[in-house]
Design a protein around this ligand. Structure first.
Ligand code: TUI
Length: 309
């Protein structure tokens, strides 16, 4: 399946793995890249030395195949990480949770392909003007920090507004999602939640079990009143947060205190009492854990059949 995205990124399949904070480390990124997609290492708020090591380990595992780094722009380390990707010769950067405009010139000068994740047409247009090579139009079905627009509404509007290629994200976990994205005008997909339930994903077994057991109504958005809405799997903890937000018993400050460090507690400890298990709304459709290569091959075989190739 050749599109402007496979051409831009030099990959076999037009699929990017979401740069999931605390989740997307070198093993997962390398597995996705070696399966023909583009794996991403999540910068998150990790120390620079740790990320340099992650990048080098991924490079060693994939050779000259393409992988990238996701930069979470709210991270206090974003400036250093923006420089690190240049110093390490990383070919692709995706960004989230903000406007990467101030880094764009340096990245372009270094030949880095820049793909901002955007939740609106307005930001997409600004990114194209600033020199982005493509954008990920991410719908509110996604896990983690989200905008308000759905994938179905956002993707065609971004496609209509831009000349550069658009990658669809949010609620895509099988070939039907890929085919639908292409019908909306996307030329690639970004997938996160499906890769949580992969063999190579290093998250705590409790997290994988929550994804596999989730049903359609098992995700909840918390933190709208803090300005950082996040989609999580329903657990005792996320339901407590949602309730505290709704009935006013938790102030935004108390909410922030309770969720400090909660991503790590979910991913590394499987802590159901204090962890935030970020996850997309499509988890209900995911019922098994398998290798990334199988996930990707099956998704594209189904999509190609549906698209009549
Ligand atoms: O970034 C994500 N998803 C994430 S980041 C994350 S870590 C985190 N931890 C604590 C609080 C918040 C996040 C977990 N999941 N997806 C991409 C994304 N970007 N979604 C929404 C946006 C976004 C929002 C506003 C992008 C740009 C933006 O622009 C505001 C501006 O400056 O104009």
């Amino acid at each position: 399946m050749k599109t402007r995205i496979t051409e831009l990124l030099g990959c076999e399949y037009p699929i990017l793995q979401g740069g999931m904070a605390w989740v997307a480390e070198h093993t997962l990124a390398a597995a996705v890249t070696n399966a023909g997609g583009v794996g991403l290492i999540a910068g998150g708020s990790a120390p620079i030395d740790y990320l340099r090591d992650q990048i080098r380990q991924c490079k060693a595992a994939v050779g000259d195949k393409t992988f990238g780094v996701n930069i979470m722009l709210m991270s206090p380390n974003a400036d250093d990480l923006a420089q690190l990707v240049i110093d390490e010769g990383v070919k692709v950067v995706t960004t989230g949770a903000g406007n990467p405009g101030k880094y764009m010139e340096a990245w372009k000068n270094a030949g880095v392909k820049v793909i901002p994740v955007i939740p609106s047409v307005a930001l997409a247009k600004r990114m194209e003007k600033a020199g982005a090579d493509a954008v990920v139009a991410e719908g509110t079905e996604s896990g983690g920090h989200i905008g308000e627009n759905t994938t179905m509404c956002l993707v065609p509007q971004v496609v209509d507004a831009l000349e550069i290629p658009v990658i669809a994200a949010g609620g895509i976990a099988d070939g039907r999602g890929i085919a639908a994205s292409f019908m909306l005008g996307a030329e690639g997909v970004q997938v996160g939640t499906r890769f949580l339930a992969s063999d190579e994903c290093q998250i705590h077994p409790t997290f994988k079990e929550l994804v596999v057991k989730a049903k359609d109504t098992d995700s909840v958005v918390t933190g709208r009143y803090t300005g950082h809405p996040c989609r999580n799997i329903k657990t005792k903890f996320s339901k407590k947060l949602a309730m505290g937000e709704k009935d006013g018993s938790l102030s935004p400050d108390e909410f922030e205190q309770l969720t400090l460090g909660s991503l790590r507690k979910a991913v590394q400890d499987g802590n159901l009492d204090e962890g935030s298990f970020l996850c997309g709304a499509i988890a209900g459709m995911i019922n098994d854990v398998k290798p990334c290569r199988e996930i990707i091959d099956e998704m594209f075989a189904q999509a190609e059949k549906l698209l009549g190739k």
